[in-house]
Design a protein around this ligand. Structure first.
Ligand code: PLP
Length: 395
């Protein structure tokens, strides 16, 4: 059997989403900017999808800019705000545990020869969580934007974005949150929250890859970064109509699913059973991220196996039909632990052997049982292979 404990919802297509996208490709192959009837039919589908997405986060459809995903939304938010603000606003406050879409953008902005931006990073504790009390000391008149993720992509750690957003609002500083891991997994009322900009991606709630959105609070003076007539001049480029429609259906299905808190508790129960069982069966294993109830997304389990290389473990798990993903810079040939785990101060031996397992609403008890059977065997094999390697034996 295939066990998918990988990348949150991204490996699980929802048949309703696939069906709607297929019909869009087969029957509505038209440009939504065209005046003819077929074009206008495609436009209607795009706007219905925007409506559904707006409902998911409780906002008005016109506050959403449809994009190719959170990475693009984040770039539009950061660069569009910097362009809108005077040059004295030359500081961005963020955290060291953001997704690389923000971490790498922050580094690029720091080194921008035309307008170098100062990046201030809020410290995080051993669970990878910031303390809102650290913000006031960093917030001065030079700050253009504060950006803190809602939930972490590697550990599921939840950040205190409400008090942070409220402090920003009080100071008149723009607040962006990367809500990619949150939207579709938890209810969101963006209109009631102190959030000015919010980025999201459809594939984190069983929608298609390459589709997402940026929420922009009404009257925020965001400048256009990608020019063109689409999205009311705020993001040019012909719409990815099938992707947008798939995102809209995924949003509708997520809304339905979120209406029952018991459904989330079911996923949490499976995640906890998985995690407890692995901790009991595999010695020298730790949970990376918070473990107190409510401090972490209910679907994520980031486990560090001491003395194992995460890439080797992932490959072995894949051979056993179990999909998971690394907390380390896997595939790059580097054994450098993930910057997120480093920022949390996870001991190197555990960080190098860290793997993220993530469940979704489709994960079954049978998959969890299989994972509990397979993972200890693989870790054991890798550890004993390592112990018998010539380097170790000769040491
Ligand atoms: N932010 C977070 C927290 C993510 O988990 C991801 C994707 O995994 C992104 C941003 C980037 O999303 P995308 O690759 O869809 O642009």
């Amino acid at each position: 059997m295939n066990v998918y404990l990988d990348s949150n919802a991204t490996t699980r297509p929802d048949p309703r989403v696939v069906d709607a996208m297929g019909r869009m490709l087969a029957e509505q192959w038209h440009n939504p900017s065209s005046i003819h009837r077929q074009g206008q039919a495609a436009r209607q589908k795009v706007e219905l999808a925007r409506h559904a997405l707006a409902k998911l986060i409780n906002t008005l459809p016109r506050t959403l800019i449809l994009t190719s995903g959170a990475t693009e939304s984040i770039s539009i938010a950061f660069r569009g705000m910097l362009m809108a603000l005077p040059p004295e606003k030359r500081t961005i406050i963020t955290t060291p545990v953001e997704h690389e879409a923000i971490r790498d953008l922050a580094i690029a902005l720091e080194h921008d020869a035309n307008r170098p931006i100062e990046i201030r990073r809020m410290p995080v504790d051993a669970n990878g969580v910031v303390n809102p009390d650290d913000l006031p000391a960093l917030l001065d008149d030079s700050v253009a934007l504060v950006s803190v993720q809602w939930a972490n992509n590697e550990t599921g750690a939840i950040q205190p974005i409400e008090p942070i957003g409220a402090m920003c609002r009080e100071k008149g500083v723009v607040f962006h949150t990367d809500a990619t891991q949150w939207v579709g997994k938890m209810p969101v009322d963006v209109s009631a929250a102190p959030i000015d900009l919010l980025s999201l991606s459809a594939h984190k709630f069983h929608g298609p890859k390459g589709s997402g959105a940026l929420y922009v609070r009404p009257r925020l003076p965001l400048k256009t970064v990608i020019h063109g007539s689409q999205e009311r001049g705020r993001r040019g480029g012909t719409e990815n109509t099938a992707g947008v429609v798939g995102m809209g259906v995924a949003a509708e299905v997520a809304m339905e699913w979120l209406a029952d808190p018991g459904a989330r508790q079911e996923v949490a129960r499976r995640r906890d059973r998985f995690e407890q069982s692995i901790l009991e069966r595999v010695p020298d294993t730790r949970v990376n991220g918070p473990t107190e109830p409510g401090a972490r997304l209910y679907n994520t389990s980031n486990l560090g196996f001491a003395g194992v290389e995460s890439e080797a473990l992932l490959l072995m798990l894949s051979e056993r039909d179990l999909c998971a993903s690394a907390g380390a810079a896997c595939g790059s040939g580097s054994l450098e632990p993930s910057p997120i785990l480093q920022a949390m101060g996870v001991p190197v031996a555990y960080a190098q052997g860290s793997v993220r397992f993530s469940l979704c609403r489709e994960t079954t008890d049978a998959e969890v049982d299989e994972a509990i059977r397979v993972i200890p065997e693989c870790v054991e094999r890798l550890r004993s292979a390592d112990a018998n390697s010539p380097a170790t034996v000769g040491a």
